[in-house]
Design a protein around this ligand. Structure first.
Ligand SMILES: *Cc1c(COP(=O)(O)O)cnc(C)c1O
Length: 433
């Protein structure tokens, strides 16, 4: 597969090169020159396969000869064996696609684990020491850290906004040690992201320590996420498949980009819905045609506290390539949700005997508002409720049980640096052995 830079179409690279580079020059994003396409009968076959075969088939269509088929299948199996998606029926025409059954209890495990396997594969071939630098507003960091933990020749450095991620998120992120370094930054997620971007623009640093990014800007993460949209489709009753609409809780817009790519390559999803919290740059943009990011606001759906979503350029490109109209609500609908309504929906879901968490609740709120008769609605469950235990217990006035798998994290001590958002300090840490 050939990919090009959205900032400069003359920069063209292979899939593996794009994974290695993360970002192109001038901070442009990589995007496939031409997407594969599955015809109706091929889609039908794919939908009958198990999750691994299906994922392999999809990823192979993108990656092609760059990775031998058998090797790719192994990579897929290793990446996804602990992250099988599930569907939970909530109401007659509404279900939650639960993507949080992986090792760090968030959907970020899909992308991070696939990316780590691809990078490990390359690393075994070219034997170069590399550093993965990534910013997280919550779940990315833990997923990346766990996916790369103890991989040889790969160092991981993770930045996160101090005090803005939940207790359990921080514990999962910072208790590994070994090849994982974590840094709490006195600032917002956007400031963390800015530091990462500055590092990538520092050519000396980039060469010296072979920097790579673990953010959702890495194309491998995006491709991995396409797979579970196909799986979701298989899990839905045939009767309902013609009218599926999917509401995605959006932060950096990687998840929904993957969904829209799934649609582009032939999966007949009727419509996507962008659901954000009060960090609503995109909903305002689609409404008023003006791109006006504001300061980031802290909310209870903190993984979505992002006012300059990285992947938006890719979505615009996708609509251009497909000649779809981005303002056509038959393809894309959108809304933002206040804290009050996020909590209200959490309570409503609880009444329906489903304990959810703030991110999924944002997606559910918009889905309820937009769904029409005869449509079948899915909202994405992006994290396990336990990751937001305090919030949920406060809102629902209940106690939720901590799964055994998580208990062990609670006891561990944290390994973490604490810095102000200054590039020179980060640079020093990155240069350390
Ligand atoms: C990362 C994350 C999101 C946002 O996903 P994007 O791909 O960045 O839009 C939503 N919910 C949870 C729980 C997350 O961790």
């Amino acid at each position: 597969m050939k990919l090009y830079s959205l900032k400069d179409s003359s920069q063209e690279v292979t899939f593996l090169k794009a994974v290695e580079l993360g970002l192109c020059k001038k901070q442009g994003l990589f995007f496939p020159k031409k997407l594969p396409f599955f015809k109706k009968n091929e889609i039908k076959k794919i939908l009958k396969m198990n999750f691994f075969k299906k994922s392999y088939k999809i990823l192979n269509a993108f990656i092609g000869k760059e990775i031998p088929k058998k090797k790719l299948y192994k990579i897929v199996k290793k990446s996804f064996s602990k992250t099988i998606p599930k569907i939970k029926k909530i109401q007659k025409n509404i279900s939650c696609l639960e993507l949080f059954h992986g090792p760090t209890f968030a959907f970020k495990d899909f992308g991070a684990r696939f990316m780590s396997q691809i990078i490990f594969y390359m690393n075994k071939i070219n034997k170069k020491k590399i550093t993965i630098l990534t910013a997280t507003s919550g779940d990315t960091g833990a997923a990346v850290a766990h996916a790369f933990y103890k991989m040889k020749n790969i160092k991981i450095v993770i930045l996160y906004p101090k005090g803005k991620i939940s207790d359990i998120q921080e514990k999962m992120l910072c208790n590994l040690g070994k090849n994982i370094k974590t840094i709490s930054v006195n600032g917002s997620f956007d400031e963390c992201q800015k530091l990462v971007k500055t590092a990538f623009n520092d050519s000396y640093l980039k060469k010296k320590i072979s920097l790579n990014s673990g953010n959702s800007i890495n194309i491998s993460r995006l491709l991995a996420q396409i797979c579970y949209y196909f799986e979701a489709f298989s899990l839905i009753n045939k009767r309902n498949r013609k009218k599926i609409i999917i509401s995605v809780p959006c932060g950096n817009f990687g998840n929904i980009t993957a969904g829209l790519i799934a649609k582009s390559i032939g999966l007949p999803i009727k419509k996507f819905i962008i659901s954000t919290n009060s960090n609503d740059t995109v909903p305002r943009f689609l409404k008023n045609k003006k791109w006006e990011p504001r300061n980031t606001i802290s909310t209870i759906s903190n993984a979505m506290d992002i006012s300059v979503p990285n992947n938006w350029d890719r979505i615009e490109e996708l609509f251009k390539q497909n000649k779809w109209n981005i303002n056509d609500s038959n393809y894309l609908n959108y809304d933002s949700v206040s804290e009050k309504n996020t909590k209200k929906s959490l309570k409503e879901l609880h009444k329906l005997k489903y304990i959810s968490e703030p991110h999924a609740s944002v997606a559910y709120t918009v889905l309820k508002k937009k769904i029409k008769d005869k449509e079948y609605g899915l909202f994405l469950g992006t994290a396990h409720p336990i990751k937001f235990k305090n919030t949920i217990e406060e809102v629902l006035k209940i106690n939720i049980k901590v799964p055994e798998k998580i208990k062990k994290y609670k006891k561990n001590k944290l390994f973490t640096y604490s810095i102000n958002p200054e590039f020179s300090i980060l640079k020093k840490i990155l240069m350390e052995k």
